[in-house]
Design a protein around this ligand. Structure first.
Ligand code: KIV
Length: 276
């Protein structure tokens, strides 16, 4: 077990880590990312060639049936993370820190440790702005890999009054670029951008050195993420503009996931109709 990483140098599908993702950013190869919540889908997304999997608090909406991600608990994420970790081998596993699980440095560290030790996560994601810089710095100071989620931050839905595109005004865009830089300087290993204008997605991707993953953030980021149930057209009702149904024209979830990976890699997703 100690030598697993050394052995993996010789296998055809070594597991993805932060170094792999940094190399992909440097070479311009797009990073295909998706959410998953259970072992069966985790195996499918691994087989499809996905590089990174998020156990997102979106599970509150697509699994638990809530209207928002606010009710999701740390134990919920750990439960699903354990299942996902069992089902896959190659993708890098990210876990969401749910609502109010990172209000202080010590609380954030305790909870991030649980996500890694109990859930099997390799990186934790938190919805971050200027106020979370100290928390990111504290986690990074304890060698916890961190992804900072900027733009639309669904855990703040009740404060901001809905799921709305962010960063449209110049002052908000400038603030987001400054926040991304500050979070990177504090030790964030990755940035995730949700629902912002494409031009801002591009500007932030150029402003930081760490990989930037987008959802509704345009084509000029280092990788794309979508909610699995949107890719497979399972989610009923209204879909955000950036969602594309990859089940169209294929006859299995695996084929749809392979189509998603190919579209991210060749840049055909997101198309202009998926962008702001
Ligand atoms: O919870 C989630 O699935 C997410 C993605 C939408 C990025 O945070």
């Amino acid at each position: 077990m100690v030598y697993k990483q050394l052995e993996e140098r010789h296998v055809s599908r070594p597991s993805i880590n932060l170094t792999t993702l940094a190399k992909m950013k440097a070479s311009g190869e797009k990073i295909a990312t998706i959410t998953a919540y259970d072992a069966s889908f985790a195996k499918l997304v691994d087989d499809a060639g996905i590089e990174m999997v998020l156990v997102g608090d979106s599970l509150g909406m697509v699994i638990q049936g809530h209207d928002t991600t606010v009710p999701v608990t740390l134990n919920d994420i750990i439960y699903h993370c354990k299942a996902v970790a069992k089902g896959m081998y190659r993708p890098f596993l990210m876990a969401d820190m749910p609502f109010m699980s990172y209000t202080s440095r010590e609380q954030a560290l305790d909870n991030a440790v649980r996500l890694m030790q109990e859930g099997g996560a390799k990186i934790v994601k938190l919805e971050a702005g200027a106020k979370q810089i100290g928390i990111v710095e504290f986690l990074a100071g304890h060698d916890i890999p961190v992804c900072a989620h900027l733009g639309l931050r669904p855990q703040s839905v009740h404060k901001v009054g809905g799921f709305r595109i962010q960063g449209r005004e110049q002052s908000a865009a400038d603030q987001m670029i400054a926040d991304a830089r500050a979070l990177e300087a504090a030790g964030a290993d990755m940035v995730l951008l949700e629902q912002i204008p494409s031009a801002l997605g591009k500007a932030i991707t150029q402003a930081v050195h760490v990989p930037v993953i987008g959802i509704g953030a345009g084509p000029d980021v280092d990788g794309q993420i979508l909610v699995l149930y949107d890719v497979l057209d399972i989610t009923p009702g209204h879909k955000p503009r950036f969602v594309r149904n990859f089940m169209t024209g294929v006859d299995s979830p695996l084929q749809a996931l392979k189509k998603y990976v190919a579209a991210v890699k060749d840049g055909s997703y997101p198309a202009p109709e998926h962008c702001y």
